[in-house]
Design a protein. Structure first.
Length: 272
C-alpha cells in the first residue's frame, strides 16, 4: 500500500467539499455486501452469477489478518512447511515440535501485546498534541481556515482507515480465489472474482482521494505558517504524520496478534 503520511489539504472550497463527500460515500459503499453493487465493468459477469457466496467459502472462513499473511507469504510458508515435515521422524517428534511452536508463539504474542499497548499510549499522547495544536489554530486563524484544518485532520484519519480496511478485504478475496481448486464451483469463483474486482476499484478510488488530500496539503500549510511559530508548526506536522503512521502500526500489530492467536488455537486443538 502507498505511504499515507505525505502532505494534507489544498484546493478551492468546492473541490474540498466534493472530495469530502466522495470520501464519505466511498467509506459507506466499501462496507456493503459483496453482491449489492458490482461495477459496470463486471455487469456482464454479474448477470451470469446469482446468489450469495456459500457460508463455507474461504472468504468468510479466513480472517483478514490471516488472508494478508497468506497472500504475502504463501510461497515461503509452503517451502518452510515442506522442510519442517522432512525433519519429522515420528509422531512423538511431531508433538514435541508443536509444543515448541506453541511456546514460541506464546512468547511472540506477549511481545506483540506489549507493543500494541505502547502504540495505544503513543496514540493518546499524539492526540493530546493534536488537541493543543487545534486549540492554537482556533485562537489565531479565521473561521473558514479553522474548518479547513479540522476537515484535513478528519480526512487523514478516514482515508488511512479506509485504505487499510479495503486492503484487508482485498487480501481475503484474493486468498479465497487462490484457495479454490481447479474444478471448483464456477458460480463461487465468479462471485469471488466480482468481489475482488469491485474491491480493486474501491481501493483505486481511495488511493486517488488520498492523492487529492496530499495535493491540498500545501494550502493548509500555507495559512498555518502565518499563525504558528516554527515550533508549533513542527508540532502540527508531527501530529498529522504520526496520526496516519500510528493507525497503520496499530493495524499491523493487531493483525499479527490475531494471526498468532489463530495459530495457537489450532495447535492447542491439535495437541488435545
Amino acid at each position: 500500500m502507498a505511504d499515507y503520511m505525505e502532505g494534507l489539504l489544498e484546493v478551492d472550497a468546492d473541490d474540498e467539499d466534493s472530495s469530502h463527500r466522495r470520501l464519505s460515500s466511498l467509506s459507506r459503499s466499501s462496507m456493503t455486501s459483496s453482491t449489492s453493487s458490482l461495477s459496470s465493468s463486471s455487469n456482464d459477469q454479474a448477470k451470469r452469477i446469482s446468489g450469495p457466496l456459500p457460508s463455507d467459502s474461504a472468504y468468510f472462513t479466513t480472517s483478514e489478518s490471516k488472508a494478508r499473511f497468506l497472500t504475502r507469504y504463501s510461497k515461503d510458508m509452503q517451502l518452510n512447511s515442506t522442510a519442517a515435515l522432512e525433519d519429522v521422524r515420528n509422531d512423538l517428534e511431531l508433538a514435541k515440535k508443536k509444543e515448541e511452536l506453541v511456546d514460541s508463539i506464546g512468547r511472540k504474542l506477549k511481545i506483540l501485546r506489549s507493543e500494541l499497548s505502547a502504540i495505544r499510549e503513543e496514540i493518546r499522547v499524539n492526540e493530546d498534541l493534536g488537541a493543543a495544536v487545534a486549540s492554537r489554530v482556533e485562537q489565531l486563524a479565521k473561521p473558514n481556515e479553522v474548518e479547513k484544518f479540522r476537515l484535513h485532520v478528519d480526512e487523514v484519519e478516514k482515508i488511512t482507515s479506509l485504505l487499510l480496511g479495503l486492503s484487508g478485504r482485498l487480501a481475503r478475496a484474493q486468498n479465497a480465489l487462490m484457495s479454490l481448486v481447479v474444478d471448483a464451483n464456477q458460480e463461487e469463483r465468479g462471485l469471488l472474482e466480482a468481489k475482488r474486482n469491485k474491491l480493486c476499484e474501491q481501493h483505486d478510488e481511495a488511493k486517488k482521494l488520498k492523492e487529492n488530500i496530499d495535493r491540498r496539503s500545501f494550502y493548509v500549510s500555507e495559512f498555518l505558517h502565518k499563525y504558528l511559530s516554527s515550533e508549533e508548526y513542527a508540532d502540527y506536522e508531527h501530529f498529522v504524520k504520526m496520526k496516519a503512521k500510528l493507525l497503520m502500526d496499530f493495524r499491523e500489530i493487531d493483525d499479527k496478534i490475531k494471526l498468532g492467536e489463530e495459530q495457537m488455537s489450532a495447535l492447542n486443538l491439535n495437541l488435545s
